[in-house]
Design a binder for this molecule. Structure first.
Ligand code: ATP
Length: 487
């Protein structure tokens, strides 16, 4: 698979240099697979959140949003199956003591084969892996690794332990008295979905929701990922944007198809080319699903999952009903044409869409990042530009007086005052104008206005467009409107 690790590294470097993303607690040398969003990364992330939230809860009249706590009653995770099943098959290399997720190890080998022109062998290897994973055949997976001479990246040997399961949930203690028993372990939620399931009836009843309806949520999730070295792509603390859509039993397949298409359309509406996306249907289904697929995007590290669409059946609600001994049913008074009677009481089925917020940040950065050679015969020149759609850009407008005197800052300040209640603006009067433009390009700011002496005479300023670098004069009154029209 074509990967561009230089480009990936360049994006990581750029994110740090320009205040988008820093390694967490960097002054203490960081913490593995945990990252902090800096001043511009936080803006970018918030813009994505707002966009997703609006598209779910405003454009769909039958979807409402909630914000559930990260801590949940410990029985939640027994009921959901996470205590028993939220694990990945792992294998350790005996010489380096390095632990690998089995599927990642084999997938990396398949990628390597494909890159060296052996596509057929790569496909066979992937197919064998899928089959063994779908039957939990751990011995078979170990043999597959050994037979294909898949070596540890550190020791270079094929001296492997047996394949074992490893639970990915983080646990902690709750309250003043720490409990030693497994039963009272509190977990940091590994997905936001369960906060929605346990609130299903609260929302349905208080919101008088009629099936089909959805509950959306954005929030942190935590997973003790083993292989976590792909920047914000795989973190131990990350954010999900999830929506659980509750439907009548028997209609889930049709809603699953609906949400597959709906979510792909959402991605394409970001202005991204369809050939950057593909669906990957799951062969091995999670314990709760009757159909599942990923929407994969062509990251600089290859096609990888950005969002999952899962038909979760009535598994979760049924489990919570059983463990809590509280009825989690819906009374459907619509008439079933087959019987002429109301559908009555049932546990709804659920189709879920689950997108990683951080992976969406990574996706937009990957789309936007461009290194451009602007050299002419006279001089060498280049720029790095982040071509974010204006809606997502951390800063929408930079206001740049050409000089720090002659009344130009006053005019610039008036433009700031007019615009800043409406969108994020940035004021700067230091450095040569060319340098200021480059800095704004690197942050992805779609518009800059420059205020020069002519502004005092005819009330016009120069607006510069990030992507084309073209400039034109417009009247000061037009600035706000022009930016707003692009958002
Ligand atoms: P993967 O196979 O890549 O581990 P997953 O199938 O376990 O992901 P889901 O449980 O379906 O992921 O979670 C839904 C979404 O949450 C994923 O599509 C992804 O965007 C995001 N996500 C999951 N794990 C992580 C992580 N460790 N770091 C960042 N985002 C994540």
């Amino acid at each position: 698979m074509a990967t561009d690790s230089n480009r990936f590294q360049a994006i990581i470097g750029h994110c740090k240099e320009y205040g988008f993303i820093f390694p967490s607690s960097e002054i203490y040398d960081g913490l593995g697979a945990v990252y902090d969003y800096g001043q511009w990364g936080a803006e970018l992330k918030k813009n994505i959140k707002d966009h997703w939230w609006h598209s779910m809860t405003r454009l769909h009249e039958n979807i409402v949003g909630i914000d559930a706590a990260i801590f949940m009653h410990p029985t939640t995770w027994k009921a959901s199956g996470h205590v028993d099943n939220f694990s990945d098959p792992m294998i350790d290399n005996k010489d380096s003591n390095k632990r690998y997720r089995v599927d990642h190890l084999i997938e990396a080998k398949a990628d390597e084969l494909e890159a060296s022109g052996q596509k057929e062998q790569a496909d066979i290897l992937r197919q064998q892996m899928d089959e063994l994973l779908s039957t939990d055949n751990f011995e078979g997976l170990k043999t597959l690794i050994e037979n294909n001479k898949i070596a540890c990246g550190i020791s270079g040997t094929v001296n492997w332990t047996d394949v074992r399961q490893f639970n990915l949930m983080f646990s902690t203690e709750f309250g003043a008295v720490s409990s030693e028993t497994e039963d009272n372990k509190i977990y940091l939620r590994p997905e936001t979905a369960q906060g929605i399931f346990v609130n299903f009836l609260n929302v349905q009843k208080t919101g008088r929701m009629k099936i089909p309806f959805g509950i959306a949520q954005i929030g942190k999730a935590f997973r003790n990922e083993i292989v976590a070295r792909q920047f914000i792509f795989r973190m131990r603390e990350f954010e999900q944007m999830e929506m659980q859509f509750f439907v009548r039993p028997g209609t889930q397949a049709q809603w699953y198809e609906f949400w597959k298409q709906e979510r792909l359309s959402w991605h394409l509406a970001l202005g991204i080319s369809p050939d950057k996306y593909r669906f990957h249907d799951h062969i091995k289904l999670a314990h709760y699903a009757d159909a599942a697929c990923d929407i994969e995007y062509d990251f600089p590290i290859g096609f990888k999952e950005v969002e999952g669409i899962h038909s979760r059946t009535d598994f979760d609600l049924k489990q919570h009903q059983e463990f809590s001994k509280k009825k989690l049913q819906y009374f459907d008074n619509d008439i079933d044409e087959a019987t002429g009677k109301p559908y009555g009481n049932y546990i709804p089925y659920v189709v879920e869409t689950s997108i990683g917020l951080d992976r969406t940040v990574m996706l937009l950065l990957s789309e936007a990042y461009e290194e451009q050679d602007l050299s002419t015969e006279e001089k060498k020149d280049s720029r790095v530009v982040l071509k974010f759609p204006p809606k997502f850009a951390p800063i929408k407008l930079a206001v740049l007086p050409l000089l720090k005197k002659d009344g130009l800052p006053e005019i610039a300040r008036a433009i700031m005052d007019d615009c800043k209640p409406h969108f994020k603006c940035f004021y700067e009067e230091k450095d040569a104008i060319g340098k200021r433009y480059r800095r704004m390009d690197a942050l992805g700011t779609p518009f800059c206005v420059t205020i020069d002496h002519q502004a005092k005479e005819d009330n016009t300023v120069t607006i510069r467009y990030r992507d084309s670098m073209q400039q034109e004069r417009i009247s000061i009154e037009q600035v706000r409107q022009l930016v707003q029209a692009a958002l």
